[in-house]
Ligand binder design. Structure first.
Ligand code: IMP
Length: 197
């Protein structure tokens, strides 16, 4: 089976390829196509955005396409930044801008009220009427400062309860084992395994 990853995010591609490496599939990315649009994420749910991205790339390439959409949901901020995680600090901002804004918004929130979770929804489009949807979650809390240099996005301010480590202190393999995307991908891996049997 051929599979196109409907994203331009190289960090995500690295994580996804690491997890799907043992499957009988050929993975294609934006690098393999002359035209590969940036799909506008204008839906108000993770599922809506993931499906929109996967469907658009499926329509253009004619190949099975998979997309994920992820949000960081902070309890004390009523679930913000949530579906708007990539543009929390505004349009065309950096990961760092978003992290700084979140730390600033949470500056007065005490240690025991900094709970947050990442949620990823992955949609696989196989045909006009054939799709699979899975989701994964990872619980943690927002630290008061950045820690670690690995990963991307909010990784350096998202801490795990068990170890007290931030996601940015974990290798790709360690993060994939427990992360929202890793968990969703494990589920999607089972779906693809069945499809390619
Ligand atoms: P996207 O819309 O799925 O690309 O994700 C929205 C935003 O969430 C991204 O811009 C990142 O800032 C953040 N994000 C997504 N996945 C992760 C992750 O695994 N770690 C940290 N931040 C992430």
């Amino acid at each position: 089976m051929k599979l196109v990853l409907a994203t331009r995010n190289k960090d995500k591609i690295t994580e996804i390829k690491a997890l799907l490496q043992n499957l009988h599939i050929e993975i294609y990315t934006f690098d393999d196509f002359e035209y590969f649009p940036d799909v506008v994420e204008d839906q108000n749910t993770l599922e809506g955005n993931a499906e929109k991205k996967a469907r658009e790339i499926y329509n253009i390439t004619g190949m099975p396409a998979m997309a994920d959409d992820t949000g960081l949901f902070v309890d004390a901020l009523d679930g913000e930044p949530g579906v708007f995680s990539s543009r929390y600090a505004g349009e065309h901002v950096t990961y760092e801008d978003n992290r700084k804004k979140l730390l600033m918004e949470m500056r007065d929130i005490p240690a025991d009220k900094r709970e947050a979770f990442f949620k990823t929804v992955i949609v696989l489009i196989l045909g006009d009427d054939k799709k699979f949807i899975v989701e994964g979650r990872c619980e943690g809390y927002i630290g008061v400062e950045e820690k670690g240099t690995l990963g991307f996005g909010y990784d350096s301010i998202f801490y795990l309860h068990d170890s007290g480590k931030s996601f940015a202190e974990l290798t790709v393999e360690e993060k994939n084992r427990i992360s929202h995307r890793g968990r969703a991908l494990q589920k999607m891996k089972k779906v693809i395994e069945k499809l390619t049997k």
